[in-house]
Write a protein that binds this ligand. Structure first.
Ligand SMILES: C[S@@+](CC[C@H](N)C(=O)[O-])C[C@H]1O[C@@H](n2cnc3c(N)ncnc32)[C@H](O)[C@@H]1O
Length: 274
């Protein structure tokens, strides 16, 4: 057990999402059960474990993201909501890109840096604490951007997409997976902010992107339902391995998602900055 605190998530706290993610990232290295179930049910057994993640990106999807970025060696790649940056480090290694990962969870940013060093990629990657709407990066400084199953959490999704447009050079591509939200079902769930988006295309157009591809990921609900159900069933073990606070943060979101089904679709999107 890594956290002896009995404090459970306060659903009214505006910082509940970053507090929850920091708690989960702190505890993840201590939970073999979380890692095992995520690898088996979400990543897929062919996903390289050194690059493990907490999204639903499979190896074929990651190969597609890498190809769609059309990024040459030495190009600057930004990952928005990078977490521990497994997928982004895999893509950066594959393409020879210089990676900048951005996440609002300071614990994830620190772990991503340590992971890059352990993988021998420290010279090719740096990580910063920032939000979707305020990355702190320079205008037109990136040659490509990716994001895996994170943008649905942006409290202001219009501002998040506009910020991606601001940091990308003309002609650069943004390739991401994200969940579209069902506004009626996501309403009142604190983690999705106050602007549930059921289609990212209008926001992309407004921010100066041409949408090249916008596809529902086939069979998207099954890995999510299987992973979340297995983790909820393993709640007692997770509380022991992760500590009660981190387990509660994780299980609260998973249970809410299973019960309220706030997701309309999971989409893969390719957009070019005009
Ligand atoms: C489902 S996780 C995916 C992480 C990573 N992309 C992966 O594949 O493991 C979503 C990530 O979005 C980050 N996040 C959520 N809201 C954010 C915000 N407003 N600004 C920046 N990062 C945010 C979380 O800290 C978390 O790391």
């Amino acid at each position: 057990m890594v956290d002896s605190s009995d404090a459970l998530p306060d659903l009214r706290d505006p910082n509940i999402l970053s507090i929850g993610y920091n708690a989960v990232y702190t505890a993840t290295p201590h939970s073999a059960t979380l890692r095992r179930l995520w690898h088996e049910l979400a990543e897929g057994l062919d996903f390289p474990e050194d690059f493990g993640h907490i999204s639903f990106v499979t190896l074929p999807q990651l190969r597609r993201i890498a190809a769609e970025l059309r990024l040459g060696p030495g190009g600057t790649l930004v990952d928005l909501g990078c977490g521990r940056a497994g997928p982004a480090l895999w893509v950066a290694r594959e393409l020879g890109a210089q990676l900048i990962g951005v996440d609002f969870a300071a614990v994830a940013v620190e772990q991503a840096g340590a992971r890059a060093a352990a993988l021998g990629l420290a010279g090719q990657a740096r990580f910063v604490v920032g939000t979707f709407a305020d990355t702190g990066l320079d205008p037109e400084s990136a040659d490509g951007a990716m994001s895996e199953d994170a943008l649905q959490y942006a409290p202001d999704k219009r501002a998040a997409v506009a910020e991606a447009g601001r940091i990308l050079r003309r002609g650069a591509r943004m390739v991401f997976t994200a969940f579209e939200l069902e506004p009626g079902r996501a309403a009142g769930l604190p983690v999705f902010g106050s602007d549930p988006v059921d289609d990212y295309r209008p926001l992309l157009s407004e921010a100066g992107f041409a949408v090249e591809a916008y596809e529902e990921v086939p069979g998207w609900p099954e890995p999510m339902t299987a992973t979340y159900s297995a983790l909820v069933s393993a709640g007692g073990t997770l509380a022991q391995e992760m500590g009660p606070q981190a387990a509660a943060a994780l299980l609260t979101e998973l249970s809410m998602t299973l019960q309220q089904q706030p997701y309309r679709r999971r989409v893969l999107v390719v957009a070019t900055k005009r």
